[in-house]
Design a protein around this ligand. Structure first.
Ligand code: 5GP
Length: 179
């Protein structure tokens, strides 16, 4: 088993590049069939989704657009430490078919906030594509339309996902090694 060190922690390979790419091709195929004449607007949620967004878009062959947003914790007096706001949207999403792209859905809190933000802006439809889902941790009632892989509760890095800022560049996805 290939292991690597990211900062102070040991990780072992969990999902290899070829497996990730195969699954992304399947998701893209579904999107190509379902969005043939809808000109979808993909919304990548930074930073974690950049590799997933890039590889998925290369396999999508229907007319489409992409934009990116990022989530930031509220600063100042209203801060609860948990509530986040959406930054960076410049496109008009009114009347558009949106496909939100996320690296991983854990509790679902982040995705719930993002959906709320877009629902208020009058899109024609919203669907969610997440590369990874931790079903055991999911607290929110979310309809996740495209899920790459359901994974156990362990922390993962690579393919866009970081450990304290590192490891995003790895081609495979690695799982934290038990001590
Ligand atoms: P949620 O709001 O669904 O609980 O959390 C989603 C966010 O938590 C993801 O966008 C990601 O930034 C982070 N996250 C959750 N699980 C993991 C994990 O196993 N590895 C990494 N690198 N980030 C994770």
């Amino acid at each position: 088993m290939e292991t690597i060190k990211v900062r102070d922690k040991e990780f072992e390979v969990y999902l290899e590049e070829t497996k990730i790419q195969q699954r992304i091709a399947e998701i893209a195929q579904d999107i190509n069939e379902e969005y043939a004449s809808k000109n979808p607007l993909f919304i990548g949620i930074l930073n974690g989704s950049f590799m997933f967004a890039s590889d998925l878009m290369k396999a999508v062959n229907v007319p489409s657009e992409i934009a990116f947003i990022r989530m930031a914790s509220y600063k100042g007096m209203e801060s609860t430490g948990n509530v986040k706001q959406v930054l960076g949207l410049q496109e008009n999403v009114f009347g558009r078919h949106l496909i939100l792209l996320e690296d991983i859905v854990d509790s679902g809190l982040t995705m719930e906030e993002v959906i709320k933000f877009f629902q208020e802006r009058g899109p024609k439809s919203i669907r969610i594509a997440t590369l990874l889902l931790k079903p055991e941790k999911l607290e929110k009632d979310l309809k996740l339309d495209y899920v790459g892989f359901e994974i156990p509760e362990k922390f993962v890095v690579g393919y866009g996902l970081d450990y304290n800022g590192h490891g995003r560049n790895l081609k495979d996805i690695y799982q934290l090694k038990e001590a």
